[in-house]
Design a protein. Structure first.
Lengths: 278, 290
């Protein structure tokens, strides 16, 4: 490729990139700045783009309000972690079956998992609400974990199927010849190579469960609610408490961002594997 | 791949299939049944089958047709601009420059941000009293009085659409960037030899090479955007005067009001509508499977 001159490069690359990044990142900047402003400045006559005095008051208030943000964090963690374990266990087995066996009904079953990603959330939300209510598990973490598996299992099966199909089958064949049975070949050969992919899939499951709102708002009550529901409940009769809300927002996305940056590369590879082929 | 007949694959699939049968198939059947019932949890004694009267009521419901129309606008404008900006970002990130890895990772953050937070962050930006957007527009002398973006009918819907566009840019750019990196460099070299302009290269080399990715990603996004509840619900709850109520949000609101029969009928209409998009997606996927 021929070298571009510096003005051309600024015009064709840096300037448009800067504009797009400003658009993408500004809301986060604004949320962070808002959470650090003292209340007088926040609702003052002038909008300031950098706080005149940095204050952590809103974070202190967040953890001492009646909304009980700490309990919500704990609930979110329990739900996201349990969803991750249940989904990873069942989808790894299913994905292994799809990528290593040719069996009757493989295509229709594959299709079933693909279709699952297409169902409107609201189509499942309503019957699940009445079923959970009849079973008496509404407002428990179990209800949320079960409803999250409706989208995490199909998605993880597809993702892991891609990852396992990329592993050469000859490795397992060698192990089988050396006297391993299928189960030990899977545990000793496939699983160790697959670990980074499992981590990436697990992070994705954790993130989507941590972030989910639509099911959470209907399936939890004041004591079992998760972070997204707690955030929304900061909007009370007294209007919106933007200082608390923005502080809560920052606390919510920090763990997700940290996990995402570690798993990002592998996750993107898995998601886009089909795209590159096409 | 193992061809011989064994029961192993079925055993391995069993846990996932059992869970899916319980939490997806059974509820869907339940939803179909509920849509033919007078099923209102506020009047549990009156629950009974009432034939197609939910559907009849739905088709006479002005709010339903309004929500349907808004869903179409929401999807076309939302996904359309997500694609345009996502494509532009992917083309930029496909060039070599210092710090590209960091920029790429950072630009994905909206994709991992909870929908609730997205709704609330933008609600604060749009705020009519202390909102930063009003302040910026004032400084640019584009407006003289503060605009209550989310509480007046004329601006509420465009405002929520901008938010969904913002949310969807990263996913598009992620998928398109991966596809761009798979386009063989020889194609561009050949185009250079023939003296192609950058625009010709874009329209005759780049776009044809990645059209499958564009197709599949667009279909996926259409389904996700049409199903999205959290962004609108946390910005406006469907108001003011239903001006931001899409089908998903309307269904969610009806479900929240515990009128489950009516909400199910609406959810089934939405699902049927989306199958128009889902079927081509499934076909495309199976073509790749061979």
């Amino acid at each position: 490729m021929k070298k571009q001159s510096i003005p051309a490069r600024i015009l064709k690359l840096y300037l448009p990139l800067l504009v797009l990044l400003l658009f993408i990142l500004f809301p986060f900047y604004w949320t962070l700045i808002t959470s650090l402003k003292p209340e007088e400045e926040l609702y003052g006559m002038v909008v300031t783009y950098w706080p005149k005095a940095i204050s952590f008051e809103s974070y202190r208030k967040l953890f001492t309000t009646t909304v009980n943000f700490v309990a919500a964090m704990k609930n979110s963690f329990v739900v996201a972690f349990s969803t991750m374990v249940v989904s990873l266990l069942s989808s790894t087995l299913a994905a292994y079956a799809f990528s290593r066996f040719d069996f009757k009904g493989r295509k229709p079953l594959m299709c079933l998992f693909l279709c699952n990603n297409m169902f409107p959330t609201v189509l499942l939300l309503i019957p699940l609400y009445s079923i959970m209510r009849n079973l008496g598990i509404l407002y428990t973490p179990v209800a949320l974990v079960l409803s999250y598996t409706t989208f995490t299992i199909p998605f993880s099966v597809l993702l892991l199927n891609g990852f396992i199909s990329d592993l050469p089958f000859s490795l397992e064949e060698a192990a089988l010849i050396d006297g391993c049975n299928r189960a030990t070949a899977f545990l000793r050969i496939v699983l160790p190579i697959l670990t980074p992919c499992l981590v990436a899939t697990g992070v994705y499951i954790f993130m989507t469960s941590w972030n989910e709102y639509t099911f959470a708002v209907m399936f939890t009550n004041a004591s079992t609610r998760t972070i997204p529901v707690a955030l929304k409940s900061l909007i009370g009769q007294l209007g919106v408490q933007w200082d608390l809300l923005t502080a809560g927002g920052i606390v919510t996305i920090i763990p997700v961002c940290i996990m995402f940056f570690f798993a990002q590369k592998r996750l993107v590879e898995g998601l886009t594997a089909g795209a590159v082929k096409g | 791949m193992v061809k011989k007949k064994t029961i192993w694959p079925y055993v391995l699939l069993a846990p996932a299939l059992i869970i899916i049968a319980c939490v997806v198939l059974f509820p869907v059947i339940n939803a179909i049944l509920m849509s033919f019932q007078n099923y209102d949890l506020r009047r549990p004694k009156d629950i009974c089958f009432n034939g197609i009267s939910n559907y009849v009521a739905l088709f006479q419901d002005k709010l339903f047709w309004g929500a349907l129309w808004r869903t179409i606008v929401w999807v076309v404008a939302g996904v359309g601009f997500q694609f345009l900006f996502g494509f532009a970002l992917a083309l930029l990130l496909n060039q070599k420059f210092r710090g590209r890895g960091v920029v790429r990772a950072v630009s994905l953050i909206p994709w991992v941000t909870p929908g609730v937070l997205i709704g609330l962050m933008w609600r604060w930006i749009y705020d009519g009293n202390n909102g930063v957007l009003n302040d910026l527009l004032m400084m640019l002398h584009l407006i003289t009085d503060n605009v209550p973006f989310l509480s007046q009918k004329s601006t509420a819907f465009p405002s929520v659409i901008v938010t969904i566009i913002w949310q969807g840019i990263p996913f598009f750019s992620l998928m398109i960037l991966a596809a761009l990196q798979g386009v063989p460099a020889e194609l561009y070299e050949a185009a250079d030899m023939d003296g192609a302009t950058p625009f010709q290269k874009l329209f005759f080399v780049t776009i044809p090479s990645i059209k499958n990715t564009i197709f599949v990603t667009t279909l996926l996004r259409i389904i996700w955007v049409a199903n999205s509840v959290d962004v609108i619900f946390n910005m406006t709850e469907g108001g003011p005067a239903y001006s931001t109520q899409t089908l998903s949000v309307y269904t969610f609101n009806k479900g929240n009001a515990l009128n489950l029969g009516y909400a199910s009928a609406m959810a089934i209409c939405l699902a049927l509508l989306l199958s128009l998009v889902a079927i081509p997606y499934l076909k495309q996927n199976f073509k790749e499977e061979k």
